[in-house]
Design a protein around this ligand. Structure first.
Ligand code: AMP
Ligand code: ZN
Length: 492
């Protein structure tokens, strides 16, 4: 039976402001779209936090045996400086300043993004579409919204008519903003803009003569609006109605509000069942941001080369630091906080090392079922990783007692306990036991080959208890033995 059938997962839905039981549209399947980075500079640690929150969410869905289609895009055009409709495209601006092709900028920072995610042990999404790869789909949506009378063309650009849309729909339902207040608070258009109202947003922008990123369309040679890209890419791969849409909290308005409006205008239906927003990573109490320079780069964590850091930290320590906070809480980064996280992480890894050396014994003194339930309850309560980690440390305490011989578990319970500890620590939280990774691989290989030889000898001696024990303990460490014609090989 798939695990999800045994669990009732609750997700905080930003649209309703409540935790709701998660019921996917198609049983056993999850469709999730997360807004990806705008690739005009290196991702900072704040960006990494948001993507890591969704990596953990993706991992937990997979752990529950859901089949997940996780789409996370690359924004490589259309995201304007200051998130407004006028002015310059972020990527085009960087290309101009560095005298490079926009696609050279896109390539450079996409490579950096992937490199960082790899170092921080992210699982790749199922599909990673780019905005420039979906211009045709975006033009098609603009046509539909124009046909519905909810957008207008003005001087080669096409704008979404927010006021008209709001007559029969609710613009502001996600962000809780009210259109009357928005109108009252906005400055009058200075006559330079092609918009009817300041709230209107661009679906298609006519490119100025100097603008190098441009595509032909029925309205002008131009480029798509940022919000439209995510609408096109999410619905193309997940359908007009899908389960989850995520992103950082700062994308709720206008980006996600506009996505909802575009979808509702084009299809008459609301696109997403659960909107999820991850909270910000701050530095000195202020949001980490590319534009202000108040940020740490993920690479600087790994080499310690930043004035805020007293030393280097491993990627898993940084991940552990992030996972100790709930994804919807603001998390402030400091040297002291990550040093404390490192201590906790080392304690956890030490216990994981010890776990495999513990011998089986008869009596049980940890209620494994109750402990298991608390771990799942934490995760089922809107992915509460800090509570899960508290439970894992309860596990650590128990491992240490077992190591001292003051507590014991039956063989079956110990196996089950060990499997769960491994699943939560490595699979769901995505931590890595760095001693194995960073250690001398030649030595590690030598030791594993020695164990393989000992296992073979045990088999020759018909000591199958020992040979199975060697295999099982290696599996518990994440080392898989494969018996083949040419002998036994292993994978880490
Ligand atoms: P961008 O490349 O600016 O479009 O941002 C990529 C993602 O990072 C978005 O989901 C943002 O909401 C998120 N983000 C930006 N700044 C922070 C921060 N300081 N903490 C957490 N997430 C952030
Ligand atoms: Zn988006």
């Amino acid at each position: 039976m798939p695990l999800y059938k045994q669990h009732s997962l609750k997700i905080y839905n930003s649209l309703s402001g409540e935790k709701e039981v998660f019921t996917p549209i198609h049983e056993g399947n999850v469709g999730m779209y997360v807004c990806g980075p705008t690739v005009y500079s290196n991702v900072h640690l704040g960006n990494v936090r948001t993507f890591m929150s969704f990596d953990m969410i993706f991992r937990y869905f997979k752990h529950l045996d859901y089949k997940v289609r996780y789409v996370r895009n690359i924004t490589d055009v259309g995201h304007m400086v200051d998130d407004i409709d006028e002015g310059e495209d972020k990527i085009a601006k960087k290309a101009r300043l560095e005298q490079l092709e926009p696609m050279e900028i896109v390539q450079r920072y996409t490579v950096d993004f992937h490199d960082i995610l790899d170092k921080f042990n992210f699982l790749p999404p199922s599909i990673e579409p780019t905005a420039t790869g979906h211009i045709i789909e975006q033009i098609e949506i603009v046509k539909v919204i124009l046909e519905k009378g909810l957008a207008y063309e003005s001087n080669g650009s096409v704008y979404f008519d927010v006021v008209k849309f709001n007559e029969n729909n609710h613009y502001g339902k996600l962000s809780g903003r009210n259109i009357e207040d928005m109108m009252a608070n906005s400055r009058d258009l200075d006559g330079q803009s092609d918009k009817k109202n300041p709230q209107d947003f661009a679906l298609w922008k006519k490119a100025e003569p100097e603008h190098i990123m441009r595509w032909p369309s029925p309205w002008s040679d131009g480029f798509p609006g940022w919000h439209l890209e995510c609408t096109a890419m999410s619905t193309k791969y997940l359908g007009n109605h899908f389960d989850i849409h995520g992103g950082g909290m700062d994308l709720k308005f206008p980006h996600h509000e506009c996505e909802i409006a575009q979808n509702e205008a084009a299809t008459g239906n609301t696109p997403v069942n659960y909107w999820m927003h991850a909270n910000m990573l701050t530095l000195n109490g202020k949001k980490m941001a590319k534009s202000t320079g108040n940020n740490i780069l993920p690479g600087e964590i790994l080499n310690g080369d930043n004035e805020f850091l007293s030393k280097a930290f491993s990627a898993s320590v940084a991940r552990f630091f992030m996972m100790q906070a709930h994804y919807r809480s603001i998390l402030d980064f400091s040297d002291d906080a990550i040093i404390a996280a490192e201590k906790g992480f080392n304690r956890l890894m030490e216990a994981m090392d010890n776990l495999v050396t513990i011998d089986f014994a008869a009596a049980s003194s940890l209620d494994i079922r109750a402990w298991e339930d608390s771990c799942y309850e934490a995760m089922n309560d809107d992915f509460n990783t800090p509570i899960l980690i508290a439970n894992l440390f309860e596990g650590v305490r128990f491992i240490n007692l077992m190591k001292d011989g003051s507590a014991t578990l039956s063989e079956t319970d110990l196996k089950h306990f060990s499997k769960l500890m491994h699943a939560f620590v490595f699979e769901v939280l995505g931590l890595e036991n760095e001693k194995l990774l960073n250690g001398n691989n030649d030595k590690l290989e030598g030791v594993i080959n020695m164990l393989i030889d000992m296992r073979n000898q045990a088999r020759v001696n018909k000591d199958f208890t020992l040979s199975d024990q060697i295999r099982d303990r290696l599996i518990a460490l994440g080392i898989q033995l494969k018996d083949g014609k040419e002998g036994t090989s292993f994978s880490l």
